[in-house]
Design a protein around this ligand. Sequence first.
Ligand code: AMP
Ligand code: MG
Length: 429
Amino acid sequence: MLTVEEALNKILAGVSALPAERVPLLQARGRVLSEDIFADIDNPPFDNSAVDGYAVISADTTGASPDSPIRLREMGEVTAGSVSGQAVTSGTCIRVMTGAPMPRGADAMVMREDIREDSATGGAEKNVLVLEAARVGDHVRRAGEDVTRGQKVLEAGTLVGPTEIAMLAAMGQAEVSCIRKPRVAVFSTGDELVEVSIKPGPGQIRDSNRYTLAALVGEAGMELHSMLHLPDDQDATESAFRTAAGMDGGQAADVIVTSGGVSVGDRDYVKPALEKLGSLDLWRVKMKPGKPLAYGRIKNTVFFGLPGNPISTMVTFELFVRPTLCKLAGQTDLCRPLVQAELTDGISHHPGREEYVRAFVTIKNGRYLAQPTGAQGSGVLTSMLGANGLIRIPESSEGLAAGDPIEVLLLSMPSTAPTQSVHSEKAIS
Ligand code: AMP
Ligand code: MG
């Protein structure tokens, strides 16, 4: 039986990024760029004002202060989106709004806050009093100071978030070439499962895993191909896998993920179906929760048969499926951060399998603290509720004590302990 690490390495070695496709700009968010992006123009494209104020010749303002203001004649105004035909000459200024091009002749901006209107002025002539000296370049954004034309602004392989969208938009990329996101088909299996809207009868339980898996796929930023419940029936199982793998002529899922029916029970049909239609490349991993796990392929579709106990489903998805989806999506950061933490309570453990214990992780005095969430049965949904970390107990461990250093896989960033956070509602109330 493989360890978690061996299994993950084997799985990841067998998959590579999906092909690229061109998508409208906003759809690039959450995808990985498949090409370098070069600036098609300077950014900013022209010298412009960083403030609302007055374009001046800085030498005209030398020595200006509230006690000895310097009078300049206001020649006109330029708003964002227009270009001034006028030039600033010695003794004059032009009113400029933020983002408007600098008028010719001017070499600095004086902020409106450092200007007083000159009430002594009469007639059509308008003068202002400068209260603060300007230096060359003050409050002016130079053309190309951010990006110059031809410069590489984004590299192939970059995961696109809002900031990358900003750069792509500024560089005129209305369509972007990205790695396709994996489409994932999700199946729950089991004759005991009923739809969420139904009150379970004798021997029945609600089908939570199908929704869990669909939500995990969405949370990983991937696309759902389909989600179905399968009875414990060989023909129905094979037929559903054939369809999801595109063997009936429809669109193939890139990945199939099933829950349940993957062990050695009389009515566990996932493994036999996978073996019949494709290949079983890995079965069972030396871990808890989640020992029965099948991995393989049907045609080009990657196949994961996860165990049916809800916590086992979630933990094995996290450890194996999520990194695989990220790799297919072209990402390079495949796994969650593994951090050193201090254990708050003792945990018993019998040597033999690596164990993943759900935990609340917080930060106190700059260190991670991990508190197990309570009863850890693989069907105990509450053990995962609110958990933001998985404590990794080594295979050989004979149990851990409070205060022991441990490794934790961070599922999401912990907050600081409530007493330290001024933003925490708990700290305020
Ligand atoms: P199995 O792996 O099919 O033997 O299932 C293991 C345990 O997980 C059994 O107690 C099942 O009833 C439970 N289980 C399987 N599938 C689901 C599901 N979709 N939702 C909730 N529990 C499930
Ligand atoms: Mg079952």
